[in-house]
Design a protein around this ligand. Structure first.
Ligand code: SF4
Length: 312
């Protein structure tokens, strides 16, 4: 565990490069689209976009690049939101097809200024991608829509493959880490609703290094499993600027590895991506597909055993 602000070596990453990276960037500009990858200057952009030996992943940020909220860990601009672009759903579907992505993550700023929080626009973007190519896997990282179940239901009804919503940190630190309009119970209720109303896989993310204690992280894992969350990721909080929340500590890679094992072996999450540079949608495609295959294999094993035992 390291205190203080000098970034340890394990957080150093190479800037993204290569023809695939440049190609994707120009396609995004052609379609006037935003990605969280670029907005947050994510260290994993090169790796995720290229997709190594699995599906390439990119995270599109819908509904503009200005948010109605101001979380103290987030680098997205607050206030001054623009009206929604009615062409955005089709533009995203076109860009996905042009880039040839197999796995797409859709996220958005919060739009508390809109009556439905932007949920209809978000749902239409899912549908536009699936209409274009039903084989493309779509993961959605949704806001809490102010806890409005109707808004969450619009996303469920659009049938994405994964619905993620981030609790971001442990209950005690919701404020000052997150905007006061967000809270632990509200975020759990969003994840719980998806689990109760559908078979869609659910996912959430926590930042470490904002002052949480181990027993709080452990309890959070229990709360998440209680509302049926399948996938959890852990990443290091990095301060976007001096005006944002201080980094309390740089968590050692061994600690991330411990949490991965606890999440998968003790709490039986479908999978847990855990590491200092891991972000919500880090290699989301590869890991999800891998986990699904693992899930199917163990279901097939169970069926085979049942048959062997003379069951159905
Ligand atoms: S809700 Fe918070 S974390 Fe999400 S984009 Fe807005 S300020 Fe950032």
């Amino acid at each position: 565990m390291q205190r203080g602000r000098r970034k340890p070596d394990w957080l150093k990453s190479r800037p993204p490069s290569g023809s695939r990276f440049t190609e994707i960037k120009s396609t995004l500009r052609d379609h006037d689209l935003h990605t969280v990858c670029e907005e947050a200057n994510c260290p994993n952009m090169g790796e995720c976009w290229s997709g190594n030996d699995g599906p390439g992943t990119a995270t599109f940020m819908l509904m503009g690049d200005r948010c109605s909220r101001g979380c103290n860990f987030c680098d997205v601009e607050t206030g001054g939101m623009e009206p929604l672009d009615p062409d955005e759903p089709a533009n995203v579907a076109d860009a996905v097809a042009e880039i040839g992505l197999d796995y797409v993550v859709l996220t958005s700023v919060d739009r508390d200024d809109l009556a439905d929080g932007g949920s209809a626009h978000f749902a239409e973007t899912i549908r536009a991608i699936k209409r274009r190519d039903p084989e493309v896997l779509v993961e959605t990282l949704i806001p809490d829509f102010g806890g409005d179940p109707e808004a969450v239901r619009r996303i469920i009804d659009a049938e994405p493959d994964v619905i993620a919503h981030n609790v971001e940190t442990v209950e005690r630190l919701q404020w000052p880490v997150r905007d006061r309009r967000a809270n632990y119970e509200q975020s759990l209720s969003v994840l719980d609703q998806v689990d109760r109303e559908s078979d869609i896989h659910t996912k959430t993310s926590l930042m470490l290094g904002v002052g949480e204690y181990d027993h709080e992280v452990y309890r959070t894992l229990g709360d998440l499993r209680e509302v049926g969350v399948d996938v959890v990721t852990f990443g290091q909080y990095l301060q976007p600027s001096r005006s944002h929340l201080d980094v309390f500590e740089y968590v050692h890679p061994d600690v991330f590895e411990t949490w991965r094992r606890v999440a998968e072996e003790e709490f039986e999450f479908l999978y847990c991506a855990s590491g200092a540079i891991v972000r919500s949608s880090y290699k989301a495609g590869e890991l999800f597909v891998e986990a699904l295959l693992r899930e199917e294999r163990s279901a097939e094993d169970a069926r085979r055993r049942a048959r062997a035992a003379g069951g159905d």
